[in-house]
Design a protein around this ligand. Structure first.
Ligand code: NDP
Length: 338
């Protein structure tokens, strides 16, 4: 059976990665796009070879689509997911799922009640490098993991210097944009959850409106492992990386906090240095394949709705910590405002 996809949002990420990821599936078809602006919907459909376009959500949801991919700005994800669930459509939603973890929990509950599949588009779980790290840790190759470090400070490309750095009400800021990915990738690679976070944020010259464009966090995980992360929109030359250090070895990955299946992964132990090879499949294509399998009742999306609640709960706690100047416990059932 073909999965007919409707795109909610005439976005850059859909154009650059997700339309291709859907079309790469033997059973995937992009049949419609919705934009809040009729002219943009029409142009986007024409430029991307999409047969139908709408400027009204109900019209898209009333058309014969099986699943929707939501990549509008972050404040819109909640209502669009609730409407899609009511219409019986499967939902793959961009991160952050919403502006608060309480909203994200409502989205997960609505999809569960409607019996539709819900996924969060945390692409990094699909990166071969991160999957290889998770497997090496689970196989005991670095002994007991003690600490992790995530380097995810980048320069926001000029064509994306819009709502992310100017519109708090749209869910801008580097924490909702990038810290959510780092939190999710840490949970995935380590196979455990963070319980506490301390964060500091900065506005280093790009963001306005009280938004942060740089953040550093320190987290404690349930096993006692500690992790640090650095996210930025303003750092041009740092490069990205992900490290996990254990009692018997270290995993050091470089250039892996990216949208492409690139980078390197080294294992360092008493036996010396070993380069670990990993799968180079496109991250978004793999995510779509798992989502289609989940629709068929085979397993779950690579990142579920619950995973999206978790990553947002971490981001929310990071912002609360930065605001209050103290560490904050992370509880995806309670969220912030405690
Ligand atoms: P864009 O800024 O490209 O698109 C967001 C919205 O902005 C669109 O839905 C569109 O509204 C509006 N828009 C787009 N172009 C124009 C324009 N020229 N003039 C006016 N409005 C315009 O956002 P991104 O693609 O960067 O991000 C979208 C979502 O995807 C966010 O939730 C983000 O966090 C997430 N994301 C996830 C990534 C991942 O790897 N998982 C990577 C990048 C983003 P309308 O639809 O009404 O036309």
């Amino acid at each position: 059976m073909t999965v007919k996809w409707g795109l909610i949002g005439a976005s850059t990420i859909a154009r650059q990665f997700m339309i291709n990821a859907i079309r790469s599936q033997p059973d995937g078809e992009v049949v419609a796009v919705m934009s809040s602006d009729a002219g943009r919907a029409e142009r986007y459909a024409r430029d991307n070879g999409i047969p139908h376009h709408f400027s009204d959500l109900d019209a898209l949801l009333g058309s014969p689509v099986d699943a929707v991919y939501i990549s509008t700005t972050n404040e819109l994800h909640l209502e669009q997911t609730l409407a899609a669930a009511r219409a019986g459509k499967h939902v793959l939603c961009e991160k952050p799922l919403a502006l608060t973890s309480a909203e994200a929990r409502k989205m997960v509950a609505a999809c569960r009640k409607a019996g539709v599949v819900m996924g969060t588009n945390h692409h990094l779980r699909n990166a071969g490098a991160h999957r290889a790290m998770r497997e090496a840790i689970a196989a005991g190759r670095i002994g007991r993991p003690i600490a992790a470090r995530v380097f995810h400070a980048v320069y926001l490309p000029e064509h994306l210097q819009g709502w992310r750095i100017r519109r708090p009400e749209a869910g801008g800021g580097v924490v909702l944009d990038i810290t959510v990915h780092d939190a999710d990738t840490l949970r995935f690679v380590l196979g455990e959850d963070p319980s506490e976070i301390s964060a500091v944020v900065q506005s280093a010259g790009l963001a306005s409106g009280g938004l942060e464009d740089g953040a550093m966090t320190v987290m404690k995980f349930s096993s006692g492992l500690i992790a640090q992360t650095h996210e930025s929109f303003t750092v041009r030359y740092a490069g990205t990386g992900f490290e996990v250090h254990g009692t018997e070895g270290s995993l050091i990955a470089r250039d892996v906090m990216t949208q492409k299946p690139v980078g390197t992964l080294m294992l360092h132990t008493a036996a010396g240095e070993e380069e670990l090879s990993f799968d180079r499949e496109d991250l978004y294509t793999r995510a779509l394949r798992q989502f289609h399998a989940a629709i068929r009742g085979e397993g779950a999306p690579s990142a579920t709705g619950e995973d999206g609640v978790w990553s947002l709960a971490v981001a929310e706690a990071a912002l609360e910590s930065a605001r209050k100047g103290r560490s904050v416990s992370i509880d995806p059932q309670l969220g912030s405002g405690r």
